[in-house]
Write a protein that binds this ligand. Structure first.
Ligand code: FE2
Length: 365
């Protein structure tokens, strides 16, 4: 260790500096000496030292300030205090703020060598421990990144699986995925308008995507019937929110979205289904989605009627605010710049042929 060890000694007395340098060189250390803390800081800025020996009581400078400065700028440096017997209190204070050890002046060569070796050994141990901790932190960070990546991959796989499930349903209705995609994008915009951010948007968009998944449980003769549904058929059709809820209720990551799936046909005035909830009894996600579902139904092409333009859809939503829809959600929807809705609409490649279970407004059934 000694052949490559560089030591800087600080003392205002020439005699002490010379003696220190001679002693340290004789046991194989490289040693520079300076008379003041400010000179020491200059040298430390330009060179790599392993250890600093400093007088505890410098003429115009404070060893406490020097130690504090070294603690910040050179945290790996070992510092030994050179002190006289009458300055032991100050030396103790230096130990408390980071000095490794102290040696009494005047010192003998062996005494100095023992203190220096002990400090260098301790520095070596601390340095190894620090390197080990840094290595450990790097490994933990790398593993955390792996877990995060794996989590995102799983999440993407979930999302793709859900989208495939919904596409299958849309195709069964001789439609395309356009309605679902628009429903997700419109719902996100409305939720943001209502103050939802970050993770709180996820249940809304997933619920919008999966809202009609329960239609898988409705027979073709009803779901694909070209004409009006009978009273009995309507009764069956109205089961789809419950079927969707039952299908997904045990999937933990979808539980926050179940409100939309189960309650997206509730009405603000309490005349909806399946539970006849009214006003704030209806979960907020379902109140948001009811507006979106109707807006998309009104502005989309149906085999039995042409799509209406956005202005007409706005009028219908306003007319039914407070009866079918949460008026607060309608107000928020009307605040969304029309161009943003149009962009979503235009980007959607699909003309949805969703059947007449759609909300009352916008539906021919
Ligand atoms: Fe529905």
């Amino acid at each position: 260790m000694s052949a490559e060890t560089h030591i800087l000694a600080i003392d205002s007395e020439q005699k002490t500096r010379s003696l220190t340098k001679r002693y340290l060189k004789s046991v194989g250390y490289f040693c520079d000496t300076v008379a003041s803390a400010s000179q020491a800081l200059d040298l430390l800025g330009e060179n790599n030292y392993d250890l600093v020996l400093t007088d505890v009581k410098m003429t115009h400078e404070n060893s406490i300030s020097l130690l504090n400065e070294l603690g910040k700028s050179h945290p790996n440096l070992a510092v030994i205090i050179m002190t006289s017997a009458k300055d032991t209190d100050l030396a103790m204070e230096c130990l408390e703020i980071g000095a490794y050890d102290y040696v009494f002046k005047p010192f003998k060569k062996d005494a100095l060598n023992i203190v220096v070796q002990r400090a260098l050994n301790r520095r070596h141990l601390l340095s190894e421990r620090r390197a080990y901790r840094l290595e450990l932190e790097k490994k933990v960070h790398a593993r955390t990144m792996e877990v995060v990546r794996a989590y995102h991959e799983i999440e993407n796989t979930y999302q793709q699986t859900l989208e495939a499930l919904v596409s299958a349903l849309d195709f069964r209705e001789q439609s395309t995925a356009g309605h679902s995609k628009r429903a997700v994008d419109y719902s996100r915009l409305l939720a943001i308008e209502l103050g939802f951010r970050g993770d709180r948007l996820v249940p809304i968009t997933r619920g919008a995507l999966l809202h009609d998944v329960g239609k898988i449980g409705i027979s073709d003769s009803i779901l694909l019937k070209p004409g009006q549904l009978t009273k009995r058929e309507w009764k069956v059709m109205k089961m789809h929110p419950i079927y969707g809820y039952q299908m997904l209720k045990d999937i933990r990551f979808l539980q926050p979205s179940l409100d939309i799936i189960l309650h997206h046909h509730e009405r603000y005035d309490g005349n909806g289904y399946p539970n006849g909830l009214a006003k704030l009894e209806i979960p907020i996600g379902a109140r948001i989605f009811a507006v979106i579902d109707a807006f998309d139904a009104i502005t989309s092409h149906r085999v039995y009627r042409a799509a209406k333009d956005f202005e007409k859809a706005y009028d219908i939503l306003k007319e039914n605010a407070g009866t079918q829809f949460d008026p607060h959600a309608v107000d928020a929807f009307l605040q969304i710049p029309k161009e943003r809705l149009q962009k979503i609409f235009q980007n959607s490649l699909i003309h949805d042929d969703k059947k007449g279970e759609s909300p009352e407004v916008g539906s021919a059934k």
